[in-house]
Design a protein around this ligand. Structure first.
Ligand SMILES: Cc1ncc(CO)c(N)n1
Length: 230
């Protein structure tokens, strides 16, 4: 058995990696969800995909103001001015992403104006809104931001690996979040989160860990809307 790491040892390797090891079951529950595995093995129900598409469009519209709130926190609280550039680049991609959702929905015959947010989506959006409060520390919000992006990156990258049987009409979707550029962007977010977590007081550290777990749970519930126990 591996002994308990001291705070200093953890800081060297990065808190995020430590938490991913500690919570690997829930993390893989979010990144290897049956819906994602069904895309990867080519058995995906296209109606389920359309459900995901419409619901995720609503989510992304709530995610953009959340990212804006992280930008405000970075401006006020960050000890490194380059954080802002990373967050801004994320906001710029969201602009692109919203346009992509519109054209993709048109392709699949999904009427975005008629999509009604399901309970899991409403809950997730409400959770995002709670993180927009000025009372939530930058470190906590940044940890959530990283996790939200990282789950999509890891999930869709899985559908692009050698040997996956992702249907051709879904590869563009998978590349949107599974491409290397998005992976590098997630690494930049992870670096910021790790830097902040490495020098945060223990009470904020616990809040960040709980927030990370909530994100992972919400992601699982989100996938469940399209596939599984919904
Ligand atoms: C539910 C969900 N999580 C994460 C992302 C990544 O931006 C997304 N688009 N939707």
């Amino acid at each position: 058995m591996e002994g308990k790491k001291t705070r200093e040892e953890v800081e060297k390797s990065g808190m995020i990696d430590t938490w991913m090891r500690k919570h690997r079951l829930i993390y893989s529950g979010a990144t290897k969800h049956p819906f994602i595995l069904s895309i990867r093995d080519g058995t995906v129900d296209l109606e389920a995909f359309k459900t995901w598409l419409g619901q995720d469009y609503i989510f992304v519209r709530a995610f953009a103001p959340f990212v804006a709130s992280v930008l405000i926190k970075a401006w006020k609280e960050s000890d490194d001015s380059s954080d802002m550039e990373v967050i801004l680049s994320g906001m710029a991609s969201l602009n692109d992403e919203i346009a992509w959702f519109k054209s993709e929905a048109a392709k699949w015959g999904v009427q975005l104006s008629e999509v009604v947010p399901q309970k899991a989506n409403q809950d997730y959006c409400r959770f995002l809104e709670s993180l927009m409060s000025p009372d939530v520390e930058y470190t906590v919000a940044m940890t959530a931001f990283w996790a939200i992006e990282a789950v999509y990156q890891a999930s869709f990258a899985l559908c692009l690996e050698d040997g996956s049987k992702t249907p051709a009409e879904l590869t563009e979707t998978c590349r949107r979040w599974g491409n290397d550029g998005f992976g590098q962007y997630c690494n930049s977010l992870q670096k910021i989160a790790n830097r902040r977590l490495g020098k945060t007081p223990d009470d904020v550290l616990s809040k960040a860990e709980v927030t990370l777990l909530r994100v992972l749970e919400h992601e699982v519930e989100f996938w469940n809307m399209s596939h599984g126990s919904a």
